[in-house]
Design a protein around this ligand. Structure first.
Ligand code: NGQ
Ligand code: ZN
Length: 459
């Protein structure tokens, strides 16, 4: 049956009661009626939320999560982590990419993500040779999406250089090498996969890996309306290299040279001056914040308070996948700001008109809007015509027992570590039931096998 009756459902304008949701065979919501009567025989739920968008992922890095936490010889940093990541990326096969992505998607769905943007740069074989199919590895991620039901935005990556000023790629980067034409060929190869559950955009990796001229060419070549993502200003050395090369900070340089608008997602954008904060907010682009990875890699804290004050749009991503939970991502986003400013409830107190006082609800709804924009798909709200992507929370859990509507997201985001996501509907398909993904055993078995193979190669 393609219907659900929710006692409490989070709609775009807040919590509503007795909500009847219906969807069609394509997975689009066809009806969202409030204060409806419960029809006989329709499944019931207590608390229903729209599923979250994960706007930044490198799926293969899931396999590395927690395995880079031993100190090296000298001081460890983002850059020493990156060397370990390159070493791992050098030996992974397309089959393993698929197995790891499927495991990741199961975990993300179980924790409440129903959409994910895959920033996909591992596109060549181990020696840097092209695969017979130009979109070989991206197609592997797509099939992991199909097998698990995750909604995807595939972002084939433009990766031509090792640093500002068109520095030649390092040998460890040979599997990533693409020019604008390669990316456009991959975008075309993925065209037949586009549909309700899958969109295709593109992504210049960073201003280190793509020149400004290439960024412009890619943006102009991509069909209009498709998302464009870029890593930017994650680490201070990148800011310094940008200034040395162009006389501009990375975001300043990008905004000056490229027409950055709503199509764009600026991933990390950690190190900004006041003018850059204002420029991103004004552009309508989404800031793609990945608090757990940014913490893990020692990046720094995004100036969230100033950005919200100026009406900036943001969403969350799990990037290197040290976490697969939107709860942890949003909790860290707010906690980072509390630690920085030595105050509480920062996200809501920064809104110009203080429209929303419920921090959890503000974070969930705002990250959804930004995430949906960055994904370029009809997601992010329980409303007619949107994808049927929703979470049923565990109404029997003591944290949710008898709580007021305005405390549901507070309980969900800021209290404890139990996973309160019980059932998940994604694109009209029940993919998680009673906390378990419907194909999780088979997916995890393949993942274990892939990890065993990878361990053998590394010994
Ligand atoms: C990436 N990750 O592409 O996986 C990057 C590291 C780089 C993050 N930026 C590589 N978190 O930026 O050069
Ligand atoms: Zn990234």
């Amino acid at each position: 049956m393609r219907a659900l009756f929710a006692r409490h459902a989070l709609l775009p304008d807040g919590w509503r009661h007795d909500v009847l949701l219906e969807w069609d065979a394509h997975g689009d919501l066809t009806r969202v009626d409030v204060q409806a009567a419960a029809p006989l025989g329709v499944a019931r739920a207590v608390y229903v939320l729209p599923g979250m968008v994960n706007l930044h992922s490198h799926a293969f890095q899931r396999a590395l999560g927690g395995l880079t936490e031993r100190a090296g010889e000298g001081p460890d940093s983002f850059w020493t982590w990156r060397d370990l990541m390159y070493r791992f990326a050098a030996r992974i096969t397309p089959e393993q990419i698929e197995a790891i992505a499927a495991q990741l998607f199961v975990e993300c769905l179980r924790h409440g993500y129903t959409s994910l943007c895959e920033f996909h740069y591992l596109q060549r074989g181990p020696d840097g040779e092209a695969y017979a199919r130009p979109a070989e590895t991206a197609e592997r991620v797509a099939s992991a999406g199909q097998a698990t039901g995750m909604g995807l935005t595939l972002l084939p990556v433009l990766y031509s250089h090792a640093g500002f000023g068109e520095q030649p790629l390092r040998s460890e980067q040979r599997r990533f090498r693409t020019g604008v034409d390669d990316v456009m060929r991959i975008v075309e190869a993925l065209q037949p996969l586009r549909g309700g559950q899958l969109e295709v955009g593109a992504a210049p990796h960073s201003l280190r890996a793509a020149s400004i001229a290439q960024v412009r060419e890619l943006a102009a070549g991509l069909p209009s309306g498709r998302p464009l993502h870029i890593h930017i200003a994650e680490q201070m050395p990148e800011v310094e290299q940008s200034i040395a090369f162009s006389g501009r900070r990375p975001v300043e340089y990008l905004m000056e040279q490229v027409a950055v608008d709503e199509r764009w997602c600026l991933v990390h954008a950690t190190h900004l001056d006041a003018a850059e904060v204002a420029a991103i907010a004004r552009s309508g682009a989404v800031a793609g914040l990945c608090p757990t990875t940014e913490a893990n890699l020692g990046d720094g804290l995004f100036p969230l308070q100033a950005f919200i004050e100026l009406g900036g749009r943001f969403g969350i991503g799990s990037d290197s996948h040290v976490s697969q939970s939107p709860v942890e991502e949003l909790r860290w986003l707010e906690y980072g700001q509390r630690l920085l400013h030595q105050r509480r409830n920062i996200a809501v107190s920064s809104q110009p008109a203080r429209q929303q006082r419920d921090v959890g609800q503000y974070l969930w709804q705002t990250a959804l809007r930004g995430g949906a924009q960055a994904a370029g798909r009809k997601v992010g709200a329980l409303a007619e015509g949107q994808r049927a992507d929703l979470l049923v929370l565990d109404g029997d859990h003591p944290n949710l027992d008898g709580v007021l509507d305005e405390d549901v997201l507070g309980r969900f985001l800021f209290c404890g570590n139990d996973n309160l996501v019980r059932d998940v509907l994604c694109g009209g398909r029940w993919v998680v039931q009673g906390g378990r993904h419907v194909v999780q055993d088979a997916v995890t078995q393949r993942y274990r096998q892939a990890m065993n193979e990878l361990r053998e190669v590394s010994q």
